[in-house]
Design a protein around this ligand. Sequence first.
Ligand SMILES: NC(=O)c1ccc[n+]([C@@H]2O[C@H](COP(=O)([O-])OP(=O)(O)OC[C@H]3O[C@@H](n4cnc5c(N)ncnc54)[C@H](OP(=O)(O)O)[C@@H]3O)[C@@H](O)[C@H]2O)c1
Length: 287
Amino acid sequence: MELKGKVCLVTGASSGIGEATAEGLGALGASVVAVMRDKSPKAESAMRKIEAGSRDGGGSVSAMYADLSSQSSIRRLAQDFEKRFDRLDVLINNAGVSPWKRHTTTDGLELTFAVNVLAPFLLANLLLGRLKASAPSRIVNVSSAAAGGTIEFDDLQGEKKYSMFAAYGKSKLALNVLTVELARRLQGTGVTANFLHPGVVRTNLARDMNPVAQALTSLVKPFMASPKKGSRTSIYVATAPELEGVSGKYFSGGKEATAPKGSYDGAAAKRLWEVCEQLTEKPASGE
Ligand SMILES: NC(=O)c1ccc[n+]([C@@H]2O[C@H](COP(=O)([O-])OP(=O)(O)OC[C@H]3O[C@@H](n4cnc5c(N)ncnc54)[C@H](OP(=O)(O)O)[C@@H]3O)[C@@H](O)[C@H]2O)c1
């Protein structure tokens, strides 16, 4: 894909895979919108790296700030984006969390579900107008090979039982299922939606783990992939010309792969889509 003049929005650009993805897209000449939680020193340092990459490749970068655990903040982000940009060619929902303990958001929802599932759902729906008007365009959802378990409709918020590993795996399974449903709804619009596993990557994702799990993680960190390597599948799915029109697929290791079990459960997808609409009070779109 020729990236000059293309607008690519990446969430979670302040760190890890998102930062490397934004930097990589800028280096390919894109106009990158780097979405970060706030203007922290960490975010500013990431911006400097992304800007340097963009300068080298003839791209540009603009920072936008939003707390993706807050639906009003996501709505503000979408409104501000639409005021500033008249097109959106690639939306990469990359931000994610894996909190060790259960937390609730300002909207009263469990944090993992809010950030990993509802934020990509809401942001994609709010920006669909721009994506459709810029078609062919792409939605890329960063999931995980750890997606698994079952979508427990009677305890989506982990109120009855919470463990980090289960909450994270289920949130990524929910993201997969919603991506497939979104791809189905977007058939014929020129907007595609795919999901991926970035690899096992050395990032800040495990920062909320308890000290024992953190110590174990630090032992294996040297064997993990760099964020730059971890960004390759995202950049491939976002830009590869041969993926034009390919939708509802799962990618890992830079190629199409067999999706985690349950990702193509159509009944769960329809039910979860409705629940997400209710939880975000967002009317159906794409159909
Ligand atoms: N690392 C791996 O091995 C691995 C494997 C499979 C999948 N993944 C997925 O890859 C994606 C990127 O994660 P990473 O590994 O690069 O971890 P990371 O370094 O922790 O990056 C996560 C990003 O998400 C942002 N974020 C989290 N909560 C947010 C919120 N409420 N509002 C705004 N931004 C928020 C973080 O911002 P702050 O810096 O402000 O917290 C950060 O920029 C995630 O979806 C993760 O699930 C990672």
